[in-house]
Ligand binder design. Structure first.
Ligand SMILES: CC(C)(COP(=O)(O)OP(=O)(O)OC[C@H]1O[C@@H](n2cnc3c(N)ncnc32)[C@H](O)[C@@H]1OP(=O)(O)O)[C@@H](O)C(=O)NCCC(=O)NCCS
Length: 186
């Protein structure tokens, strides 16, 4: 299996296999060199997926947003990408970030490409993100729309001790970073 060369936090094997498919995807920290592929990924999402991820900006994703994701430096922020293909044919199929909320809590957010959803990739992204954040933050949080059934199901099954707080049409979920499932059934 590939090892991630950068010293930024991803310590586990970086190969992820979508459930039921033979293809191997690579999970790694993102960098500024990913601006083109990450921009293409975010702009290629369905309006619903973009809205679910960003809670706004349904019409598009600005270069500023992409740049902010990719200039992230741990432990304040960390962005991971899940990609397929090689060299010039690289395609991002999933993206996940954590960002510092305060000294003990980081907020996480993730999105899987529409055609790649329901293949078990979301839990793998969440597990890698929690592993990256856990040395720095005791608690993880996520803000999700109250009707976002997929992510609510994912968080309920991949974490222990989930605390939910309703905030208007959104829910703030918190859990202990180390209570995120590291191994997820493929
Ligand atoms: C939330 C998200 C990351 C889950 O990723 P994923 O790779 O699809 O995760 P899984 O394959 O484990 O699927 C999660 C579960 O959600 C449910 N689910 C996923 N997609 C669904 C859909 N389109 N309709 C109904 N249920 C769905 C299922 O219960 C599924 O588990 P199952 O396949 O075992 O039944 C993905 O749906 C996504 O990117 N959504 C848009 C962005 C978003 O909502 N981000 C969260 C806020 S930051």
């Amino acid at each position: 299996m590939d090892a991630v060369a950068t010293p930024t936090v991803l310590t586990r094997a970086s190969i992820v296999r979508p459930r039921g498919l033979g293809e191997a995807l690579r999970l790694r920290p993102a960098g500024e060199h990913d601006v083109e592929t990450v921009g293409a990924f975010l702009r290629g999402l369905s309006p619903e997926a973009r809205y679910r991820r960003f809670h706004a900006g349904v019409a598009g994703v600005s270069d500023r947003v992409v740049g902010r994701l990719l200039t992230a430096t741990p432990p304040a922020r960390q962005t991971l990408v899940l990609e397929r293909g090689r060299s010039r044919g690289l395609q991002i199929v999933g993206l996940a970030q954590y960002a510092r909320e305060n000294d003990s809590t980081a907020e996480v957010a993730l999105v899987v490409g529409d055609r790649w959803q329901r293949l078990g990739l979301g839990p793998r992204l969440l597990a890698a993100l929690a592993e990256a954040a856990a040395p720095h933050y005791r608690t993880l949080s996520a803000y999700v729309q109250a009707d976002n059934t997929p992510v609510l199901g994912l968080l309920r099954s991949a974490t222990d001790g989930l605390v939910t707080q309703y905030q208007g049409s959104c829910i703030r979920l918190t859990w202990a970073a180390r209570a995120t499932a590291a191994e997820v059934a493929a």
